[in-house]
Design a protein around this ligand. Structure first.
Ligand SMILES: Nc1ncnc2c1ncn2[C@@H]1O[C@H](COP(=O)(O)OP(=O)(O)OP(=O)(O)O)[C@@H](O)[C@H]1O
Ligand SMILES: [Mg+2]
Length: 335
């Protein structure tokens, strides 16, 4: 089966937070695969459940969150695994980088010490060897003079360089899966492009699988092979990146694409954001969560609108490009 066997397989993942106002279902019956050496982009607006999904994959939800469904890494079920086992897998098989590297780096230790310590914890390597590995890792992510910079503290690095440090730390243990949650959101566009190029290069060179979480379809276009569009904690559309950009099936995806800035935009072209606001997760409407904001639903007949607002659409349609919409715009299909 080789490369067609998924490295990561997520099935019916559901994450619920009990709150004083009632249960919040932040992720609802989500399923996806990540193949070896491929990058899956997960996109959606703020609050659509992207981070909750990635934390669930890594087993990082604590206490109150109720997590059900299945998450397998190389065939091994992670949900329900004891914390000690999960800890071993995190770092050695899967690693994560976040939007804000400062929150994951300790201010009082040099970056070299922190990467070395991370390596020692996961591999039991000797201090000198771990230290060497840290310098090497800093070099691999394009930090100039890695030996000297290994002796510096996080605040001595720029935002982009700090994100490189985080990537070096994540990759020092040679994981199979890298989960990147908005890794470039806090960076200016030039540095953003450099970091994305770095992740794409490491992905190619090491045959890494990557989950790239972002609210920005532009980021997805640069690095992803496949895309999962999330809305209100559910999958709205799932497709290879070219198919998604050429023929978005879900009106929400269409809306996201329309809100991308274009090369031929003039300075005075207003940003075409999708009107309306994200759905409430506290008491979800019975129908399609996107219906209140959907131009397709608004343009439909009374009967069609009743279907959109009354009946929840299931993920369906052509294999390889399903969408959760009653009236998806598949190419060549009247909708
Ligand atoms: N511990 C928690 N308790 C209650 N609700 C939570 C908790 N963590 C997350 N949520 C809710 O789950 C929903 C999804 O959150 P999540 O952080 O996954 O969104 P996101 O897609 O990553 O958004 P962003 O783009 O802003 O990072 C949000 O409505 C959020 O308020
Ligand atoms: Mg998030």
């Amino acid at each position: 089966m080789g490369d067609s066997t998924p490295l990561l397989s997520v099935r019916d993942l559901t994450v619920t937070f009990p709150t004083r106002r009632g249960p919040v279902r932040a992720v609802d019956s989500l399923s996806f695969d990540v193949l070896p050496g491929r990058t899956l982009g997960i996109v959606g607006e703020s609050g659509s459940g992207k981070s909750v999904t990635s934390l669930a994959v890594l087993g990082l939800h604590t206490g109150a969150a109720e997590v059900t469904g299945s998450v397998t890494l190389a065939g091994r079920e992670l949900i329900g695994l004891p914390e000690r086992e999960l800890n071993r897998l995190r770092g050695r098989r899967m690693a994560m980088i976040f939007q804000d590297p400062l929150s994951s780096l300790h201010p009082y230790y040099t970056v070299g010490e922190q990467i070395a310590e991370h390596h020692r914890v996961h591999f039991g390597s000797r201090r000198a060897a771990a230290r060497e590995r840290a310098v090497e890792a800093l070099g691999e992510v394009g930090i100039p003079e890695p030996r000297r910079r290994a002796g510096e503290y996080p605040h001595q690095f720029s935002g982009g360089m700090r994100q490189r440090v985080m990537i070096a730390m994540a990759l020092a243990c040679e994981p199979d899966l890298l989960i990147a949650d908005e890794p470039t959101t806090a960076l200016d566009v030039t540095v953003q492009a450099q970091i994305l190029e770095l992740i794409a290069r490491l992905q190619r060179e090491r045959g890494l699988s990557v989950v790239m979480i972002t609210h920005d379809l532009g980021v997805v276009a640069r690095v992803a092979h496949d895309v999962l569009v999330m809305y209100g904690g559910r999958a709205a559309e799932h497709a290879p990146v070219d198919a998604l950009f050429e023929a978005p099936a879900h009106p929400y995806t269409r809306g996201l694409l329309d809100s991308l800035p274009r090369l031929d935009d003039h300075d005075d072209t207003p940003l075409r954001a999708i009107p309306g606001s994200p759905p409430s997760l506290l008491d979800p409407a019975p129908g399609c969560a996107f219906a209140p904001r959907c131009s397709r639903a608004a343009a439909g007949s009374e009967e069609e609108r009743a279907r959109c607002t009354g009946e929840r659409p299931l993920l369906g349609g052509p294999e390889g490009h399903p969408a959760a919409c009653h009236f998806p715009a598949y190419e060549g299909v009247a909708s």
